[in-house]
Design a protein around this ligand. Structure first.
Ligand code: NAI
Length: 244
């Protein structure tokens, strides 16, 4: 795969899956925008990637931040070819104990954030008559999960957003797909209770935790020329978790 001359924005790429996805694109020749609510870390990561990577602050829940992100990217690189909606958080607890603010925060960042970013991306990509959008959902968006009503709803919502946007943008040569990771070893899953980790690991067909590199492989494939006829799909990358 070759992403030379392509410009990629990855939201929430100051660490975790987003960072590794960004690094993979950079290793395949792309211009990278490391965008995160954590500006300092975004700039550090961009510096470490080097080459044509830049770090930009963008809180995905702010339409102003998101518009700035696209304006600055366009100024720097002239275009935006690929967008990965990766920024996401969890605020897990059982439904009856879930505070309204934790529902709102998770839906705002995970789902509204992707809506705002996709809207800005679509405006540019429609003019370019080219684009690739990949949304990072989750297997719990497909299966649900006790203790994650807010998170699962946001990740299921992303699948609806993916399919609807694919229908609106296909005629302009823009594909929109989702990746649904299973249990991936990052800071986000580090803090899960041991029983929850063991439950996930016991159900895997491929007997190891997933890595951000596994997700980077799926995201770059869906963004590549090789995947130009794939749109509106959800690619589950979970070591067999959901079929077991
Ligand atoms: P992480 O917590 O390690 O990294 C998330 C990044 O998003 C951080 O850099 C954070 O600063 C950034 N972020 C948070 N709020 C933001 C906002 N409002 N605007 C911009 N950036 C913001 O998480 P991880 O594990 O790398 O997850 C990345 C994505 O993958 C998330 O959407 C997550 O839901 C999804 N995912 C992760 C799985 C896992 O097992 N780790 C499984 C399934 C999906």
């Amino acid at each position: 795969m070759d992403f030379t001359k392509k410009t990629v924005i990855v939201t929430g790429s100051a660490r975790g899956i987003g960072r590794i996805v960004a690094e993979r694109f950079a290793s395949l020749g792309a211009n990278l925008v490391i965008s995160d609510v954590d500006q300092e870390q975004a700039e550090t990561v961009a510096g470490e990637i080097g080459g044509t990577a830049i770090g930009l602050k963008a809180n995905v829940t702010s339409s102003e931040d998101v518009e700035n992100l696209f304006e600055k990217t366009k100024k720097e690189f002239g275009q935006v070819d690929i967008v990965v909606n990766n920024a996401g958080i969890t605020r897990d607890t059982l439904l009856i104990r879930m505070h309204e603010k934790d529902w709102d925060m998770v839906l705002d960042i995970n789902l509204k954030g992707a809506f705002l970013v996709t809207k800005s991306a679509a405006k540019l990509m429609m003019k370019q008559r080219y684009g690739r959008i990949v949304n990072i959902s989750s297997v719990v968006g497909l299966t649900g999960n006790a203790g994650q009503a807010n998170y699962a709803a946001s990740k299921a919502g992303l699948i609806g957003l993916t399919k609807s946007t694919a229908k609106e943008l296909g005629a302009r040569n823009i594909t929109v797909n989702a990746v649904a990771p299973g249990f991936i070893a990052t800071d986000m899953t580090e803090n899960l209770p041991e029983e929850a980790k063991e439950m996930f690991l016991s159900k895997l067909l491929i007997k190891r935790a997933g890595t951000p590199e596994d997700i980077a492989s799926a995201v770059t494939f869906l963004s590549s020329d090789e995947a130009s006829y794939i749109t509106g799909q959800v690619l589950t990358v979970d070591g067999g978790l959901t079929i077991n």
